[in-house]
Every structure is written in structure tokens, then in C-alpha cells.
Design a binder for this molecule. Sequence first.
Ligand code: GLC
Length: 347
Amino acid sequence: MKNQIKHRILPFMVFLFLINQSIVLAQKVTDPKYAFIQNERLGRGINILSADPIWRDPLKARMNSDHFRLIKEAGFGNVRIAINPFGFALNQTDFTIDPTFFIALDWAIQQALNNKLMAIIDFHAHIAMQEKPLKKKAMFLAMWKQIGDRYKGFPSDVLFEICNEPNMDPAIWNEIHSEAYAILRKSNPSRTLLLGTINGNQILHLKDLILPENDKNIIVAIHYYSPIQFTHQGAPWSKKNKDLSGISWTNTKSAEEVIKKDFDLADAWSKKNMLPITLGEFGAYEKAEESSRIRWTDYVARQAEARNWSWSYWQFDSDFIVYDINKEEWVLPILGALIPKQYKPSR
Ligand code: GLC
């Protein structure tokens, strides 16, 4: 008898618990501060998979499940997964995304969740988008529809970032992101969305962003690579800076003031618009001298944290690395600049 009661009561208790959980979640989402809570949970993070062969052939992946564990154990809270589904359209009518692409993305999201890392799905097709943004719009929207539908049942730890570095006219960007927003809000009414500014997610373009109305479940994404002559010296893809070398960065008062002033501008915008900020990318390319890279990385990360922004370092593997995947070890000076308790680099 006792057992029978147990059997009847238990499912009912589970049912009540689930209802309670969904009420808690619904309350949270309607809380105007919800995106700030999400942003705090994002905390410190790393960009991953931008150049990994996993997308074409999962068997050739450079990242494996251990790396997600290592990222978590090092003290990070988020991974920003760079996706570029443009090369995976099976046709030019409804732009169906090749299932191979989703093998990799499903895996990466699951790895993040298994390791209690929040996952930002970052649509990283800016190079293709910037050429003829309006021509690419149909494919961009059709792909977001598929991605939104696929992950709509996923936990709130998965966030969508509409477009990395939308390098286009502000009016065109405002048109494109508002259409993507409408599509995503249909399938994902309570998912936190990230929305960035034009021309490399620049702070000075925050003023050009036309925001979705009455929606506070948005985090605004900026990037920081300034001074660009320092962070991109010797970078082959950076036309103006590829031939530069020997530029250092020291914590002089005036160098710090420049960063503080830029960040204060973004912070004032954030307060005025009541939306949180994430610093979705920052880093200094390997050609710059190491001690300068450490000083700059540490200073930028701490300044972001002083303003309660979340951040994602550019990037885990490939270039600007914080993890040497060939040697299977952290690049300790950079890791220590990002997460000071891990390592004390000499500055
Ligand atoms: C850019 C891009 C990324 C690039 C990096 C360094 O802003 O988002 O694809 O590799 O920053 O230049």
C-alpha cells in the first residue's frame, strides 16, 4: 500500500516541481534584469572552433571533449562558438543546411552544456556578408530559421548571436538584424540574443543600433582590438598593419586612459539603454612581443570586469591562442592574463 502511494505521489511531485521550475524561468525572463543575470553567468569565456576542420569532417576535429573540460577547469564560464553555415547550403532556394554541419554544432553545444559552460552560437559569416549584405540576406535568414528551430528546446545556457562584426551600412544592418530577430523570437521567445554593432562591433557605432522594441532579453556585443597597430601588427590579413612590427604596449597613464574612455562610452550607452554588454572578442596577435600582449590582455579583461561586462577571449586555437593544441598545453602567460589566479606572468 505504502509503495502504491509512493508510486502515485512521486510523479505528481515531479510534475509540481517541473511546473514550479517553468514558472521560475518565466518570471526570470520577464524580469527586466534577466539579460544582466545571463551576462553575469557568461562571465569569462573563449572563442572556439572558428578554424577547426570539424565543420567539414568531424573525424578531423582538432578540439575534443577534453578541451571543454579543461576550459571549465581553468575557470571560464562561456564558449563562443563561431559558426559559418554559408558554405553548407544544399540548394539556393530554401538554403537547407547540410546535416554534416549540425553534427559538429550539436556536438559542440552538448560538450559545452555537459561541462556547465554557456554556449554562444555566433553567426561568423561577416566576410561573406559584408560584400553584398542584402544579396546574402535570404540565405542568412533562412539559416537562422533552421538553427532557431533546431535548438528551440535547448536550455537558456545557449545564446544566439545574430551576426559577428556586421560590416555594412547601419541602415542595412538595422534592417537585417530586425528581420533575423523576428524569426528567432517566433521559435525562441525567451532565449537571450546577442546583438552587435557595425564595423567590427565597434563601440563608437553603438549609437547607430536600432534596438528591438520592448525586449530586454538582449546582450549587446562589442569587440576591442585597440590600438589596432599594436594588436594586429604583422597579421597577414590586416592590410594596414601587416607590415608593422616592434610596437609595444605599456601601462602608461595615457594608454590606460584611452581604453577607459572607450569602455566608459560603452558603459554609458549600456546604462542609458538598460542592456548589458559583452566584450565578445579581444586579443593581440602573436607577432606582438609577449610581455606587451600580457599587459594589454590583462588590462582589457580587468576593465571589462570592472564594468560588469562578460567577455570571450579571441581565441582558443588557431591564432591569438591561449591553448597550444599541438602540445596540448595552455599558453600560461596568456591564460594568467585572462584568469589571474591560474598563473602569474611577469609583466
Ligand atoms: C575579427 C574577426 C575574426 C578575426 C579576428 C582577428 O574581428 O571576428 O574572425 O580573426 O577578429 O582579426
